[in-house]
Design a protein around this ligand. Sequence first.
Ligand code: FPP
Length: 242
Amino acid sequence: MSDIPKFDVLPEHIGIIMDGNGRWAKQRGLKRTEGHKEGAKVFKRICEYAADIGIKYLTFYAFSTENWKRPPEEVSVIMDIFRDYLGEAEERQEENRQKQLRMRFIGIREGIPEDIQILMDQLEKNSDDKNKTVVNLAINYGGRSELVNAVKKISKKVASGELSAEDIDEEMISSNLYTANQPDPDIIIRPSGEYRLSNFMIWQAAYSEFWYSDVLWPDFTEEHLISVLRDYEKRNRRFGGI
Ligand code: FPP
């Protein structure tokens, strides 16, 4: 799509739960993993289109701390998809420079195959001067484990006397999450007809708007994103006020 529409207000940060890949594949008599491959293509397209529209922060939920429970073959194909994407991004550094996407990975690195961890580190490092859009890719991510991690970091400072328990406030918790220094998501998109957060950004989503749809992630298009943004223009966010 070449036309970039204009909006009266834009969310600064959009969270996206990429769901429905398995069902998309099943509907076509394909293996579930084919749905993930198609989902990865949609991730790349939507990421670039949202950046072109002017969205400053995007967070995509790609693999949760609970997704390791899936059959090993499926986990292995998802890891292959990450590996291919990261390797490709490394190879296309020049092209990526023009896109100005700053890539960040949120979640627990431990447990992810080591070669993928190395590619993640490289891509973060090679894109840290990019300034159009920050793209957080949540891999081995869980909102509860993110909070546990933040509580541990803060507790160590209290134990060492660097901080007093009385100093702990919401701002301190936010700044010890993976998304430190980023605005909370203004809107969270969940396709595939499910109506839950599934451990995605549970602290940051306190005041997020939600957008649900029956569309399966591999069928999510630029037009769906436009309709999310048109819908957002009409929302009246009160943050607990009137
Ligand atoms: C949920 O759909 C999807 C996943 C657990 C994997 C998502 C991964 C991708 C889209 C690939 C991302 C790739 C890159 C490069 C970021 P599901 O399998 O639970 O679908 P279902 O509910 O229909 O079974």
